[in-house]
Design a binder for this molecule. Structure first.
Ligand SMILES: C[S@@+](CC[C@H](N)C(=O)[O-])C[C@H]1O[C@@H](n2cnc3c(N)ncnc32)[C@H](O)[C@@H]1O
Length: 351
């Protein structure tokens, strides 16, 4: 665990407390905008109509475990459930993420694409909430959500947003250099360490300009003994059984830095407080993290019975709320050198 930087924590604490109001305010407002009755949940998705996958029936893709729905791990690595409860967690995560990055979840050099008629691809778009949000903000741009299941809200689609179904690990159904920006957020629970390179290669292939990745490293700095122990057990189990690394920043950075088609790689990370000491953002993040940990049960069920696990999570998060712990979120953007390669070809042809 890293050492506490008390000055920066004090600064964080002050800033986050300025914005301290009830978390349910904006969550309820947001949820009211997209009622769950207007959403297709995964098990109701129309997979076969535009599938590019080798599995065309939902029954092969999704399995039921107790009252929850999960991906069939023979096909999809995702460790989280794929049902309404998880979609609500993703919506809350979007609200928190947006506030954490102060409404600018894209990186500054990337924002030049939004001033033109850019084409943007959102990998593993989930509820489509980022694309829908951005499509409202930038009506001149076109956003495509891509996911292995269709959870796009049916009635709220805007004319500058569409959705495509497919498995990133089986390749993206687009030509090289199709999109000005390819964006991927919070996919660390869906990609094994081995798969990152394959996934990022595809993202780079279909981008003509920028790629942007947003995620977090689950480090729990200064998190307290119960939370630290639970974190270690859960993360070890995910690594051992699924090759899933819940601290993916260094893997992603390395894949991007090793790719000779990319330049201008920018990395930025940010502390995100966990618990009441971090005001509204800290309280939101505590709730999201606890919800995510509980939703992981199916993927770590060899550790404890469900009852024992839920009790452990409750105790660990109760304790965590009284510590000044924090995690790290990060964003990485990189520019693809399409022009350079074109001019290189020209030079070769002319000589
Ligand atoms: C944790 S959610 C993130 C959703 C969204 N990016 C966000 O930030 O709100 C992960 C999403 O990736 C999708 N997914 C998982 N494995 C995938 C794959 N191999 N190809 C495409 N989508 C995948 C899941 O269906 C889920 O919607």
């Amino acid at each position: 665990m890293g050492a506490t930087n008390s000055t920066s924590k004090r600064r964080l604490s002050k800033r986050f407390h300025n914005n301290n109001f009830l978390i349910n305010d904006s969550y309820d407002r947001f949820s009211n905008n997209i009622p769950s009755s207007k959403r297709r949940i995964s098990s109701e998705s129309t997979i076969s109509s535009h599938s590019t996958n080798s599995f065309d029936r939902c029954t092969e893709l999704i399995k039921t475990f107790g009252s929850r729905k999960y991906f069939n791990r023979d096909h999809v690595k995702d460790i989280f459930p794929t049902d309404n409860d998880e979609l609500k967690r993703l919506e809350l995560t979007h609200i928190w993420n947006k506030e954490l990055w102060e409404g600018q979840s894209f990186f500054l050099p990337v924002d030049e694409v939004f001033s033109r008629n850019a084409k943007v691809l959102d990998i593993g778009c989930g509820t489509g909430i980022w694309s829908l949000d951005m499509a409202r903000k930038y009506p001149n741009c076109h956003f495509t959500g891509f996911d292995i299941v269709d959870n796009f809200p049916l009635e709220l689609k805007q004319s500058n947003v569409d959705f495509a179904l497919g498995n990133i690990l089986e390749g993206l159904p687009y030509d090289d250099n199709t999109f000005d920006l390819v964006f991927m957020r919070n996919m660390k629970g869906c990609l094994s360490q081995k798969d990152y390179n394959k996934c990022l290669q595809e993202i780079i292939r279909v981008s003509s300009r920028w790629i942007l990745i947003l995620d977090s490293d689950i480090i729990l700095i200064d998190g307290g003994p119960l939370a630290n122990q639970l974190r270690e057990e859960v993360l070890d189990e995910l690594m051992k059984n699924y090759d899933i690394n819940m601290m993916p920043s260094s893997i992603i950075r390395k894949c991007l830095e090793d790719n000779n088609q990319l330049s201008d790689i920018h990395f930025e990370d940010k502390q995100c407080p966990i618990g009441e000491w971090g005001g509204r953002l800290g309280t939101l993040y505590l709730e999201i993290l606890k919800w995510a940990t509980k939703n992981l049960y199916h993927s770590v069920s060899t550790l404890y019975s469900e009852e024992e696990y839920n009790l452990k999570v409750d105790e660990a998060f109760e304790e965590l709320n009284h510590y000044n712990g924090y995690d790290m979120v990060f964003r990485i953007c990189a520019k693809k050198n399409v022009e350079k390669r074109k001019s290189l070809k020209k030079i070769v042809r002319n000589t």
